[in-house]
Design a protein around this ligand. Structure first.
Ligand SMILES: C[S@@+](CC[C@H](N)C(=O)[O-])C[C@H]1O[C@@H](n2cnc3c(N)ncnc32)[C@H](O)[C@@H]1O
Length: 792
């Protein structure tokens, strides 16, 4: 991209930079004309679409090489290593390649099944045996291992039938003897009351919670454009919206860990795309939904002997592809991208997402005259020159790639470039990051029934949110932003869910947070982020009134230790004064009374005032730079700032020590001293203190001093409760940490923490709380045990 950008002549760059939304068509024409005549551009596009140069193509030699490495690991009993190499081989193995006389993919599935068997992954082993048999129904080894795994799961009837088929298919006498030995053993164990190893796909969520009757409608709001509002009163925790994405794409750094369709964590028996070496799916179900087609090169089974009907039925049942299950009409997102093309692997994920939107729109309209995908707002004119140039170039590259890799006759003309630019601008403004909770995903190997104990519990239970995908939701995009939202959005698989977090009155707008929230970011930072990322100046109420959180987030303490007043520096006081000018509600300022001398503002808010009175009051606030807003005492901000920066330096060194796993006692004692200093000079609710408390808690966790971890964790939560609110979802995340420590310590307060945690999570995730946080179950079990011990 940088090379292409640098080739654009300055005059053309200037035209693009100065272009407005109305000029996109003419700018597209000039740029397209320039690039189509540029040999470097043609070379680059050829690399992106040429199957010969494709990095994402299948490669038999690489597959055989990985298989051999897997075999070596297996021989030395390194089954995890073998599993990894067989999985790697499956990703690059061409679907029709042969290994000696067998289909290579089936061989690899069976090899992986055996490694999974050795590692105790029963369901995964069975699934891999089935996959091998669906490609090669006559593969004796696959039947044999299917029999073994069914037998070990006490599924004797199936096991016997599998071994019977294995024996029929096996051609070597040694092999037959082994199978017969196994059958004899099984005969002894055989019981008809077998527990069946049911094959279910755990990665597909069964969503029982559907939105209640619709209580939302689209409205047009002053300064915010379209938005969504309630039609009647909506209770808290009410599911107001759920939606599948118009199009979605996985982030590049998540390709190896998450399913490319549903974005859940991949199981150990992930299924690769049969045609290219990039996507991995958690199941055939996801693979099919992403656009995979049923295979027609399945091998024939030829049985030379008479077999009983039940065995014939068993073979048919196991080997027939179970892909005919009813899948709702769905656009195959990945299908057009995997015809040996490089571009989906190489171009940024937003560009691939734009490609998916374009193709879906074309396929749905069934004509190639116009792409009219989404009716979403976008910004172009306000974008920086470099951003505009990049968008235009990517649109041209994408169009040419789509034209060459699709069998559709897609015209490469300025009008199409223009439409793709608009789609890219819509994606910039409206796409949502699909989030997963790290270490709390329902499909992580973490066992939700495991006992929480020792300092492992303390360190493992930090909730981290990870962006795994980017998606466009047609209706979800209409919800506007508020820095104090009244709805909460989250994802299960690809589905977006939106729930109220408070009682919403009839006609009230429903607004979620695009990222920055009161208590987490300062007002200035929120405005900056929203301006840069979404091109708007936030008009939510929280940005126009004075909030305690905005005042204290980075404030200093009054020089009098017992005064709770706030001392602001120039930067904060300027912006807060600006808000005061806008404020017309006395209540906004009176609620700050414990921290600010309200009398100073007098009747400022009691309605319309004369200009001089306003000026006088504001200037008295201006005079407060470095002065306590409550008692007026002066604070030497210069020396305070120096002290804070030194103390924060020590906290940073402690954090680095934790990351490097090198924690000396001097690092910890310096950090504790620094925390004391921060407490002296910063306001009691300053966010830096909460962060320092948290880092120190982590350090104590590292050395196993759980009592200290608990104390610092509680202190951090107390500050966050003031900054956000006691029932904010981030408090829930912090309570997870505290609870796991309390459980490890056998602290009886754990029950109370658990109750708070459950209330917060159910408030934000409703009946999905247990799916999003599967370990809630083990927390409940542990807390119950603790209470029983206490009672007895
Ligand atoms: C995802 S869209 C929301 C729907 C949009 N209002 C529409 O008419 O399509 C985001 C855009 O809505 C507007 N918007 C959303 N929240 C806003 C807020 N708090 N203040 C001002 N504008 C807002 C901005 O123009 C922003 O770029």
């Amino acid at each position: 991209m940088e090379r292409l950008k640098s080739m654009v002549p300055d005059t053309l760059k200037a035209v693009v930079g100065a272009s407005s939304a109305d000029d996109i068509l003419s700018t597209s024409a000039s740029l397209l004309h320039f690039f189509l005549a540029l040999p470097e551009f043609q070379l680059m596009v050829r690399d992106l679409v040429d199957p010969e140069r494709c990095v994402s193509g299948k490669n038999k030699d690489a597959a055989l090489d990985a298989k051999q490495k897997g075999n070596r690991c297996f021989s030395s009993a390194d089954f995890s290593g073998a599993l990894a190499f067989y999985s790697q081989a499956l990703i690059v193995a061409p679907f029709d390649a042969r290994d000696k006389d067998k289909n290579l993919v089936s061989v690899l599935y069976v090899n992986r099944a055996v490694a999974l068997y050795k590692l105790g992954f029963k369901i995964e082993c069975l699934r891999d045996c089935n996959r091998a048999l669906q490609i090669s129904p006559g593969y004796a080894k696959a039947w044999y291992w299917r029999g073994k795994i069914n037998a070990s799961s006490e599924n004797y009837e199936d096991a016997m039938a599998d071994l019977h088929v294995a024996n029929l298919m096996e051609t070597s006498s040694g092999g037959k003897r082994q199978i017969e030995g196994e059958m004899k053993l099984l005969q002894v164990q055989f019981t008809t009351t077998s527990g069946s190893l049911t094959q279910h796909d755990e990665n597909i969520f069964k969503i029982s919670d559907v939105p209640h009757e619709v209580k939302v409608k689209s409205i047009v709001m002053p300064h915010k454009g379209r938005g969504m509002a309630s039609t009647g009163e909506i209770p808290p925790s009410y599911l107001v919206h759920s939606e599948e994405p118009y199009a979605a794409v996985i982030l590049k750094n998540c390709r190896h860990r998450y399913c490319h369709y549903c974005f859940n964590e991949l199981p150990v028996d992930a299924v690769p795309c049969s045609f290219c070496a990039i996507p991995r799916y958690c199941s055939e179900h996801c693979q099919l939904k992403a656009g995979h087609q049923s295979r027609n090169n399945v091998e024939e089974v030829s049985l030379h002997v008479e077999v009983p009907t039940e065995i014939e039925n068993h073979i048919r049942e196991v080997t027939s592809e179970n892909w005919e299950e009813k899948i709702p009409e769905h656009f195959p997102e990945h299908r057009h991208e995997c015809l040996d093309a490089n571009w989906p692997a190489v171009l940024p994920h937003e560009v691939v997402l734009a490609g998916r939107v374009v193709v879906k729109s074309l396929v749905q309209r069934r004509d190639l005259v116009e792409i009219k995908a989404l009716d979403l707002s976008y910004s172009y004119t306000e974008l920086a020159v470099e951003v505009k140039l990049e968008l235009c170039i990517y649109a041209i590259v994408l169009l040419v790639c789509l034209q060459r890799s699709l069998s559709l006759d897609l015209p490469v003309n300025p009008y199409f470039v223009y439409q793709i630019i608009i789609i890219m601008c819509q994606i910039r403004l409206n796409s949502m990051a699909i989030i997963r909770m790290k270490s709390s995903d329902p499909n992580t190997p973490q066992d939700p029934h495991r006992k929480l104990s020792s300092n492992e519990a303390a360190s493992a239970s930090t909730i981290e949110q990870v962006s795994v995908g980017q998606a466009i939701y047609a209706v979800g995009s209409l919800f506007n932003h508020s820095c104090r939202p009244n709805i909460h959005a989250y994802f299960l698989a690809r589905t977006l869910f939106i729930r109220t977090t408070e009682l919403v009155e009839a006609g009230c707008s429903l607004e979620l947070s695009y990222g920055p929230q009161v208590g987490q970011w300062s007002c200035q930072d929120r405005l900056k982020f929203l301006g840069e990322k979404y091109c708007f100046r936030c008009q939510c109420r929280s940005c126009s009134v004075v909030n305690l959180s905005d005042l204290v987030l980075s404030a200093f303490h009054c020089v009098h230790p017992h005064c709770s007043g706030i001392v602001l520096d120039t930067f904060d006081i300027k912006s807060e004064t600006e808000k005061l000018k806008q404020s017309r509600h006395a209540g906004d300022i009176y609620s700050l009374e414990p921290y600010v001398q309200v009398d100073k503002f007098g009747d400022l808010y009691a309605g319309e005032m004369d200009h001089n009175a306003q000026e006088k009051s504001y200037s008295s606030l201006h005079a407060g730079v470095g002065y306590c807003l409550k008692c007026g005492s002066h604070c030497d901000l210069e020396s305070s700032c120096l002290m804070v920066s030194k103390a924060l330096g020590n906290i940073k060194r402690l954090q680095d020590g934790i990351v490097r796993k090198e924690l000396s006692s001097s690092l910890l004692s310096n950090a504790l001293e620094s925390l004391d200093q921060l407490r002296k000079v910063l306001h009691a609710y300053n966010k830096s203190i909460a962060e320092a408390e948290d880092s120190i808690a982590q350090a104590f966790c590292f050395i196993g001093e759980l009592q200290c971890v608990m104390e610092h964790c509680k202190s951090s939560i107390q500050i966050l409760e003031k900054l956000c609110s006691p029932d904010h979802v981030v408090i829930g995340y912090e309570l997870v940490k505290l609870l796991s420590i309390q459980l490890s310590l056998g602290d009886v307060d754990a029950g109370e923490t658990l109750n708070r945690l459950v209330i917060i999570f159910e408030h934000h995730y409703g009946s999905h709380a247990a799916v999003v946080f599967p370990y809630l179950k083990s927390f409940k079990r542990e807390a119950r045990k603790l209470c029983e011990v206490e009672d007895s």
